[in-house]
Design a protein around this ligand. Structure first.
Ligand SMILES: C[S@@+](CC[C@H](N)C(=O)[O-])C[C@H]1O[C@@H](n2cnc3c(N)ncnc32)[C@H](O)[C@@H]1O
Length: 278
């Protein structure tokens, strides 16, 4: 893992880590699949901060939405570790985006002045933090008055799928226990509204949306990513460290994921979303 910035009081362990299998999965996200609730509020010329941008595929779509590539708008992707920014820079170069900036920093102490951005966005980040309320308050600090704070997070307990298997049920239960052992809240989607109110945000509106994997390509992608991540990412190391699953159990989870895809297989990831004023 690269250089990590963290605030000891607030630090939680990032459950997924930045293994190739994780970055490949996150790098497949688009603004259309992951920030549709925000897109209607973006316009050319805006300054946008994407906190916890990961490998940057959503960030670069958001840059397109604010005309950040041609120069009217300006987007900054921020990460507390260097590793995913290497992937983000490579993706930006491949897309011909030379203007989006990539910076290392901590969501709890953002390296920007007050009122620096029109929009401050975080996708699938608050669920990994020990203090999501402090993070939202800090995001609000760097948003200009009248600007927007936007967040979207999955709600793990609300995930549902067919057909059921013992191995996949064990995967979900283990994931939720590991996230809590790491100091974070995996069932974040349902709590975003509460966290936004606690952070003092105003005009908070909450919505929900899903990822649904129910065609051949979607099933192969989702089962492929999780079958690899169960054994190859920080998920496996965390399970061993906290005594939540041994190698045999992890192998059974991975096998259950490999067996899940079929013509009738269906998986839904429920997400909460909030849009608010600082
Ligand atoms: C699940 S990934 C989401 C990446 C990207 N937003 C996406 O949706 O593809 C969460 C990201 O938050 C980052 N992160 C975790 N703690 C952070 C912190 N304290 N400050 C900034 N980023 C953080 C992690 O490094 C990770 O890349």
């Amino acid at each position: 893992m690269g250089h990590v910035i963290s605030n000891d009081e607030n630090s939680a362990v990032y459950t997924h880590g930045h293994a190739a299998s994780v970055l490949a999965s996150h790098g497949a996200r688009t603004a259309a699949t992951s920030a549709a609730y925000l897109l209607p509020h973006l316009s050319p010329g805006m300054r946008l901060l994407d906190v916890g941008c990961g490998p940057g595929s959503v960030t670069l779509d958001l840059a397109q939405a604010v005309d950040g590539i041609t120069g009217a708008g300006q987007v900054v992707g921020l990460e507390n570790v260097e590793a995913p920014l290497e992937a983000a820079r490579a993706l930006a170069a491949a897309r011909g985006d030379e203007r989006t900036r990539w910076e290392v920093g901590d969501v709890y102490a953002l390296p920007f002045d007050d009122d620096s951005f029109d929009v401050v966005h975080a996708h699938q980040v608050l669920q990994h933090l020990a203090d999501p309320v402090a993070a939202l308050a800090e995001m609000a600090r760097v948003a200009r008055p009248g600007g927007l704070v936007a967040a979207r997070d999955a709600d793990y307990e609300a995930m549902t799928w067919h057909p059921r298997s013992a191995g996949m049920a064990d995967w979900l239960d283990t994931y939720r226990r590991l996230a809590r052992a790491n100091g974070a809240e995996s069932d974040a989607g349902r709590r975003l509204l509460e966290w936004a109110h606690a952070a003092g945000l105003t005009e908070v509106s909450a919505s929900a949306s899903t990822w649904c994997y129910a065609d051949e390509a979607g099933r192969e992608y989702w089962a492929g990513t999780w079958s690899r991540r169960v054994t190859d990412s920080d998920f496996a190391d965390g399970c061993r460290r906290h005594g939540l699953a041994d190698d045999e159990q992890l192998a059974r989870m991975a096998q259950a994921w490999r067996e899940w895809p079929g013509p009738d297989s269906w998986f839904v990831v429920v997400h909460g979303e909030i849009l608010a004023r600082p």
